[in-house]
Ligand binder design. Sequence first.
Ligand code: CAA
Length: 375
Amino acid sequence: MSTSTVGISALGVHFPSAALPLAELGALRGVDPNKYLSGLGCHEMALCPAGTDVVTLAVEAARRALASWSGSMGDIGLIVVGTETAKDMSRPLSAWVAEELGLSGAVRSYEVKHACYGGTLALRQAVEWQLSGAARGKSALVIAADVALYAPEDSGEPTQGAGAVAMIVGTPDVAAVDVASFPFSQPAFDFWRPVGQAFPSVEGQLSLDCYKLAAASCFADYVAYEQAESTAKQTPSPAEVLNELERVCFHVPFPKMVKKAVAEVGERLGLDEATTAGFYESKVVPTMRINQRVGNCYTASLWISVASALAGMKPGTRVGAFSYGSGFGGELLTLSAGPKAAEGAWMTAAERDLNEREMLDAAAYAALRAAHLKG
Ligand code: CAA
């Protein structure tokens, strides 16, 4: 059970107003749609129509979190945006967002970049800022927002997506974030985007291997920690430790990646195949329902999964959250649902976004990409 007094006070989740069914992309690229649907596990990708970008996504998510929070703008002492969709090499994305929100004054404002891990780092920094006492009674506005696009016909194209999650970090009304967390990093070029390059470069197989290594290392560290902390007469087995988590959320570049990572975690922990499969089906699959409909939202991807998992949970229910960012770094966090999780109020607007989207066909998608490439 979490003893943390700090966590997420309010949540806001936002998706853009267009989407492409993956079967349409298959038709456009001459690829069997089953490769995307069952081979990768992706069903639809969220796309930004003209006039929507990473800033509009981040601002709307922030507005939703602020509207459902009992505090006011004057209670925010830190705004931080985790993103890999930088607008500028110098000016932080948080400045664009703060400008739109009318947030200025005694507020620390900055951007965090570490590929898809940046939003989690931003959240950890906000939690640690609170725990250190430096917050002096203020709350933090943390936003994870990205627009993920690959070059047309790139192998990553079916995994594209866009979305934003905003979290107010202060009292743990929605979820407490445990103080202990379990990081792992190792320098690699698995996925990167050089300065001036519009789309990322990817070493596909290497990126899968890096993700799996990070996941297995973080979970092994977590299990060892819980075993050492246990006061039970008999040290809990790895399966028993994992079983304490009701849901386990992952960064979702595409759902098959998560399945492969869970298999690696199971192998590292010495679980038999049936136990690993049961863990994946019961605790992980339900958390990816929305990710399958929006694609890879980079920094927002894990937090979309966490926001969806927390909605409807009883207070005290435990959640695991594994973050991965290429380059590469990963971190496993654990959270406990707070009193406001049961309402899951943040999901109403998010579900509305999803249900009201314009579904593009192959020709409309091709036109959107052509317009985007023209700039
Ligand atoms: N029906 C059903 N399944 C099919 C199929 C068909 N007709 N054709 C192929 N498949 C299956 C394949 O067997 C394969 O499944 P398994 O892995 O279980 O064997 C799956 O579909 C994918 O096929 P390929 O491996 O051939 O796919 P690919 O090479 O074209 O693309 C990828 C895969 C390289 C990962 C690509 O999606 C990519 O470049 N993605 C971007 C990088 C990425 O997301 N990496 C993940 C880790 S890095 C990270 O997490 C950071 C981040 O967010 C980017």
